[in-house]
Write a protein that binds this ligand. Sequence first.
Ligand code: NDP
Ligand code: MG
Ligand code: MG
Length: 329
Amino acid sequence: MVQKYYESDADPRILDGRTIAVIGYGSQGRGQALNLRDSGCRVIIGLRPGNSWQRASEDGFEVYPVAEAARRADVVQILLPDENQAAVYRAEISPNLKENTCLMFSHGFNIHYGQIVPPPTVDVVMVAPKGPGHMVRRMYEEGKGVPALIAVQQDATGDAHAIALAYARGIGATRAVVLETTFAEETETDLFGEQAVLCGGVTSLIKAGFETLVNAGYAPEMAYLEVLHEMKLIVDLIYEGGFTKMRDSISNTAQYGDLTRGPRVIGPEAYAAMEEILEEIQSGEFAREWMLENLVNRPVFNALTKADEEHLIEQVGAEIRRFMPQFQK
Ligand code: NDP
Ligand code: MG
Ligand code: MG
């Protein structure tokens, strides 16, 4: 079984007297930095001039250029977009890293695929919340936490694991649960999850169902409510109590259809595609493709994003949501 940690397993005192530089103040940067500060940690922010800099200053943080923040820090948590991390690391962080610094990530991509190769004189750890940054913040404010993964890639000081655990406690994760993993396992499962199930799988499933109904002549608004709007209600039940709780709430007719038709939709072809996608992640082929895509200014990323933004389901959805009270600002 995987090793689990809770609040009492983490000793926050290991962070006493250490300055944590959070590099980047986007989704994860903001959530993690605010929680750490409220937990009593000393936090500074490293950025370039721009919107995030402004926001971090307004939130009351000391903000420095990335190089200066790295120079001042004992723990450097890199929360830049994954595709920018290697360039910023080479130019601004690496020349300023003191010996015995704890270099930290919330996703293993750059270490696992060798885009960043830290010197042997620093710790290399991961604290990866399993949820978006605004949830990391909201749950903390409610006295709860978003679960997180921790991993130690390199332990130069002997303190790497204790620092990772104390940091996880500082962002509130030990209030939920912290699981021990490796950079390889986190990176590969995270990429697979978002590609095959959470993001890619779900949007493709919704789109396929929507197009099937609309092509058969049903009203797009009906199709939208049926295959997109209701998705959340079903997923919430699964989240709360697994398939069993969901099936307790739906009709017997729905349950019979679920059990007998679902496996036809996600059949042998889908399993084969999932295996192929996982192999591309494990072999580094996906990482190479995504890094090269960024080098040429993302032609595929931009074209596919635009095509989906213009899809009928997005237009119909915007119109329907306009009058639903739960979506009013
Ligand atoms: P965001 O895109 O939300 O934020 C990126 C931040 O980096 C912004 O503040 C941006 O500032 C800053 N930035 C970008 N380029 C530079 C640069 N060259 N120099 C200085 N600052 C720069 O990132 P996320 O929070 O989504 O992701 C951060 C990490 O967290 C990634 O490793 C990701 O995989 C991981 N993660 C993300 C999750 C999520 O839900 N978002 C969940 C779990 C892990 P500016 O305003 O100047 O552009
Ligand atoms: Mg991810
Ligand atoms: Mg129904």
